[in-house]
Ligand binder design. Structure first.
Ligand code: NAD
Length: 353
């Protein structure tokens, strides 16, 4: 098979080790020669952040973290960073904390050290997102790519199992969507397939033993690969759908991804047989959908969008916004009719195939 592609690799330093966040943070700050540290951590991550930053001089603790980064909260955080002459941002938390750090970096060019505590993966992408008037805008800018990522799976032990599963399936969605996204190529496919394998191995371990490090390590490793493949391949159909459900209808990010994934997989898989086969192998199953559904059953995964505040009344508006943004290379042609059908099924948790 002839290979022909144009692949971009993003540069980051990635530290990985359970219980080592404090040590790694100090090393990273020394490397960057940064003096004025702003720590961004939501309420739930504040205690962990204080432990991670033990022995580090922190100029500002900022905990006003809101999902999908409303513009007002970004502007408030930028003003704080400017007033205190901040020269490095340390974000501890899920994608919402990372997203706020990115919003500051976007306009101020301050380097980020990201210490993730979920499997959302924002720390490994150069994608930013801001929400204003119920519309979420995203963009790509290397200024927002964290310079350093510190993975310490001990920090994920406090993430409730249900949230861990939803977030891990968000990671799995990055992998699966990467296989047919606009810039899908053999390198991001290789990362995505290893990400699928690692997440499918790690998440059941978390379910059975939430305090075990090995499942948490595998899930975090898989989430990183997922995000690297997503950053490289771009947003496919699945992300375009979830982006609208989150930005316009304020549905929770991870649960929405976890719910919608089987519907997009069932929708695209018959039109993308080669990648479907590789995803099936990574999931250890004869078809990708069967593998995903077995895993979802085992994990008691989120089932239907009605559980997260979506209703049939929102479908026409969602369809019209999503249709404006369908990737041209999506394996299956997307129409208002088949997209409506997909959302109707996801709404009530109907059989995807
Ligand atoms: P989140 O950051 O809002 O976290 C979800 C919940 O878990 C929050 O209540 C949080 O306080 C809590 N939490 C996080 N870590 C915890 C821990 N270790 N222990 C206990 N509680 C913990 O949600 P998320 O799913 O991580 O991120 C979603 C956001 O990230 C969305 O806005 C999404 O658009 C964005 N995102 C961006 C990218 C990107 O590349 N730009 C990628 C993925 C997600």
């Amino acid at each position: 098979m002839a290979l022909n592609f144009d692949h971009h690799t993003l540069g980051q330093r990635v530290y990985f080790g359970a219980g080592r966040a404090n040590e790694y943070l100090k090393a990273a700050l020394k490397d960057l020669d940064s003096k004025k540290v702003m720590v961004i951590a939501s309420g739930s991550a504040l205690r962990a952040a204080q432990e991670i930053a033990a022995g580090v001089e922190v100029a500002v603790w900022h905990s006003d973290v809101v999902m999908h980064v409303p513009l007002a909260s970004a502007e408030n955080a930028r003003a704080v960073a400017a007033k205190r002459d901040i020269d490095v941002l340390v974000c501890v938390g899920g994608g919402s904390a990372t997203g706020l750090a990115k919003a500051i970096a976007l306009t101020m060019g301050i380097p980020i050290i990201a210490i993730p505590t979920t499997y959302a993966g924002s720390e490994a992408t150069n994608v930013w997102g801001l929400t204003e008037d119920s519309r979420k805008t995203t963009g790509v800018d290397n200024k927002v790519l964290p310079t350093v990522v510190i993975y310490d799976s001990e920090l994920t032990l406090s993430l409730p199992v249900e949230m861990s599963i939803a977030s891990g399936l968000n990671g799995l969605a990055h992998c699966i969507d990467s296989l047919w996204a606009p810039r899908a190529d053999p390198i991001n496919a290789a990362l995505a397939l290893e990400g699928i394998r690692a997440l499918a191995a790690g998440l059941p371990k978390i379910m059975n033993n939430p305090q075990g490090i090995s499942g948490r390590d595998e899930a975090l490793y898989g989430a990183y690969l997922a995000a690297v493949s997503f950053a490289s391949a771009g947003s496919g159909l699945h992300h375009k759908i979830c982006h609208v459900l989150g930005g316009t209808f304020n549905l929770p990010h991870a649960q929405t991804h976890a719910t919608v994934l089987p519907y997009v997989l069932a929708f695209n898989a018959p039109f993308a047989p080669e990648v479907e086969k590789r995803a099936a192998t990574a999931l250890g199953s004869s078809t990708a959908l069967e593998g995903l559904q077995k895993l979802r059953t085992q994990l008691k995964a989120p089932q239907k969008l009605t559980d997260y505040g979506f209703s049939a009344a929102g479908i026409p508006e969602a369809v019209s916004i999503i249709l404006e943004n369908i990737p041209a290379n999506n394996p299956r042609p997307v129409t208002a009719e088949n997209l409506t059908e997909l959302l109707e099924k996801a709404l009530v948790g109907a059989e995807p195939a």
